[in-house]
Write a protein that binds this ligand. Structure first.
Ligand SMILES: Cc1cc2nc3c(=O)[nH]c(=O)nc-3n(C[C@H](O)[C@H](O)[C@H](O)COP(=O)(O)OP(=O)(O)OC[C@H]3O[C@@H](n4cnc5c(N)ncnc54)[C@H](O)[C@@H]3O)c2cc1C
Length: 467
């Protein structure tokens, strides 16, 4: 890591933000032998792929599960060591008033559940998968996810719940999103199952930082980019800590709206692009409760990922309601960090920013306390007596995510679908400035963000070759 004083005056590319998109883009550009500077405002790298330590516990913020595709992405764009730490989460549990079941989330097992537990014909299930697999980003995007489900499983809210609830948790998408967003994300998961990183987020991010430094990337933490600088309407550098660092191209991994409207500035954007950016909807946010199990205590294996709900039916509005009825528990057994013999549990809930914004400090603290109590009380159903084993509990809200990552409104998954067009059009509006990172649902999540980092790094390289 370098301090601002140790940085060079000029780079080929400055990457703003060290989320998985920014990290992967920086590494890819280093492989093209570009001089790369990576700026991160926080004091740790990783963005939403975050971890933090409290009283001997290590908590993972977004290590709940990602598709198998991450193995290939890490092998190709990081290294073999990182790729080989990716392991399957074998036990995915659903428990709600409509059904209770356990699945490995593989094609075979999921098909078996749809056929034997829900009575859907094998032919319908196969046709459903086939339709999803054939979906392509350039096809007609007018079909909504709700219509897709109605076509295959008419009137079956329970089947929709099984198919949709994990995806809503994974990226905040709803039934009114274009069906293509569901198709791509579900097909990514519904392949070989759900995967995690053995060693935890800390090991992943440390390994990525080491690889970047080995490849010559200069990294500065506590380094908030204040402005993307332009000359004759084109990128020419970044202002950070009052210092100007020049670069032919700037790749922002910061929130897309914030990048355009704040880092570049409305006054520097073409009218149409500025309008599209202002109209672009951000994704919803999240609340989480982090629970640490006292050292020496053990908990039973009740599954790795528990999708629980007390709501009678699948209802996306209920999933983001402040009166929580649906909670996803990630249970981290000692296998998460071999050798440490520690357990933690993280409860995740989708949430609305406006429910947490503008509260008095007392109301906010009370709201967080309620979240903690609620998450522990419901966990008792699966792990009786667990409350007595928890020696640390803390909650995060969309305000927490906003504070630590700079994401406007604490958006957890970037932007709604229209954000991809805005992200792609940024270099047309301001030559030399690019965006990567969570956008449009399909580019969000660990795999989406990392892959989008590669795609945009290739575009930056193309730009640098031509300029
Ligand atoms: C609660 C929660 C749970 C999740 N669970 C999962 C999961 O189980 N599986 C999964 O695949 N995905 C999950 N996700 C989503 C996933 O974590 C994100 O989609 C992904 O990590 C985002 O990567 P990104 O590249 O968009 O960058 P981000 O992680 O958004 O990082 C952006 C970075 O830019 C930095 N930055 C911003 N402004 C500036 C500035 N001006 N100067 C310098 N730096 C700046 C920020 O500090 C941050 O580090 C979850 C997200 C949340 C919130």
């Amino acid at each position: 890591m370098k301090t601002l004083d140790q940085l060079q005056d000029q780079y080929d590319v400055i990457v703003i933000g060290s989320g998985l998109g920014g990290l992967t883009a920086a590494n890819r550009l280093a492989h093209f032998d570009r001089k790369v500077l990576l700026l991160e405002q926080h004091f740790v790298l990783g963005g939403l792929a975050a971890y933090f330590r409290r009283k001997g516990h290590i908590f993972d913020v977004s290590l709940h599960g990602f598709p198998y595709g991450m193995v290939k992405t890490c092998r190709k764009y990081w290294n073999k060591e990182i790729a080989s730490s990716i392991v399957q989460l074998p036990r995915i549990v659903f428990d709600n008033p409509q059904f209770s079941l356990e699945t490995s989330f593989t094609t075979e097992d999921f098909t078996d559940k749809l056929v034997n537990n829900f009575g859907i014909s094998r032919e319908t299930v196969d046709n459903f998968y086939k339709t999803l697999a054939e979906m392509n980003f350039y096809d007609d995007q007018s079909m909504k996810t709700a219509e897709l489900f109605e076509q295959f499983f008419p009137g079956r809210n329970d089947v929709v719940r099984l198919l949709m609830e994990p995806i809503t948790y994974a990226n905040g998408s709803t039934l009114s999103e274009p069906a293509i967003t569901y198709g791509i994300v579900f097909s990514n998961f519904m392949n070989k199952g759900v995967f995690t990183f053995e060693g935890g987020t800390d090991k992943l991010i440390d390994s990525m930082a080491a690889e970047l430094e080995k490849n010559g990337v200069d990294i500065a933490i506590r380094a908030r980019a204040e402005k993307i600088l332009l000359q004759d309407g084109r990128a020419c550098g970044v202002q950070v800590g009052g210092k100007v660092i020049r670069a032919k191209s700037v790749l922002s991994n910061a929130n897309l709206k914030g990048t355009a409207l704040n880092l570049i500035g409305e006054e520097n954007l073409p009218e149409d692009f500025c309008h599209d950016t202002q109209q672009m909807r951000l994704s919803t946010g999240s609340c989480q409760v982090y629970m640490g199990i006292r050292e020496g205590e053990k908990i039973d294996d009740v599954g790795d990922l528990l999708f629980t709900s007390t709501h009678p039916t699948f209802d996306p509005a209920a999933l983001i309601d402040k009166h929580v009825t649906s909670r996803t528990y990630s249970i981290y057994y000692p296998k998460t960090r071999p050798g440490l013999d520690r357990y933690t549990v993280v409860a995740s809930m989708n949430a609305k920013y406006e429910d947490w914004d503008g509260l008095s400090p007392e109301e906010y603290a009370k709201g967080k306390e309620y979240l903690c109590e609620d998450a522990m009380a419901h966990l008792e159903k699966y792990l009786p007596g667990v409350r007595g084993k928890i020696d640390y509990v803390e909650a995060a809200t969309p305000k927490t995510f906003e504070r630590y990552t700079g994401h406007l409104r604490g958006a957890s998954f970037g932007t709604k679908f229209e954000g991809l067009k805005v992200s792609e059009n940024l270099p047309k509006a301001v030559p030399g400035v690019y965006h990567t990172g969570s956008a449009a649902i399909i580019m969000s999540g660990w795999l989406g963000a990392a892959n989008y980092g590669v795609i945009v790094a290739n575009q930056v390289e193309d730009f640098l070759c031509k300029s």
